[in-house]
Design a protein. Structure first.
Length: 171
């Protein structure tokens, strides 16, 4: 998706679904900013979002996000910087795609007590398997955690090799 020139690595139908899920959210943390495209396009589509904070270990030079924390989301100092910028109604996890990193981001996101936590690239599509994406390995534990706590889950996957978006709604 490249409306307006700033890249966003989301399928348009998955992004539209994400926008619809954020209607009751005022603050968002994006783990994995890269281009800053997600934040840019959410600002255009979600006027109710009053604050978006991002974190990325190595954002691309064109990333113009003002509320960008440069650091590893698994690092305690970086996590504290993010907590200091909270609270957050929603967290979008799209940083480290290896299972251990995704697990750390999941645990960190839960510790922030948001209403919603999203995972990008959670399917085991051929492209994701070929590139070493391991988000799908974490999802069974997320589902078990959600079931044990009475949280609901939902997702949007359009197929065609896209990674989908998975949501946990925390009650």
């Amino acid at each position: 998706l490249r409306p307006g020139g700033i890249p966003i690595e989301q399928h348009v139908r998955e992004f539209d679904w994400l926008v619809s899920q954020l209607e009751d959210c005022r603050t968002l943390l994006v783990i994995g900013s890269r281009h800053g495209g997600m934040e840019h396009h959410l600002r255009k589509r979600c006027p109710q979002l009053e604050r978006i904070v991002s974190v990325d270990l190595d954002p691309l030079p064109g990333n113009k996000e003002e509320a960008l924390v440069i650091g590893n989301s698994a690092d305690e100092l970086t996590q504290q910087k993010l907590r200091d910028r909270g609270p957050f109604d929603a967290v979008f996890i799209d940083g480290d795609h290896k299972a251990p990193g995704v697990q750390i981001d999941w645990e960190f996101a839960k510790s922030l007590n948001p209403k919603r936590i999203f995972f990008h690239d959670f399917t085991d599509a051929a492209y994701h398997l070929a590139t070493g994406c391991e988000v799908h390995h974490v999802i069974p534990g997320v589902l078990a955690d959600a079931a044990a706590k009475g949280w609901t889950t939902s997702s949007k996957v359009v197929g065609c090799g896209w990674g989908g978006i998975f949501q946990v709604e925390i009650k």
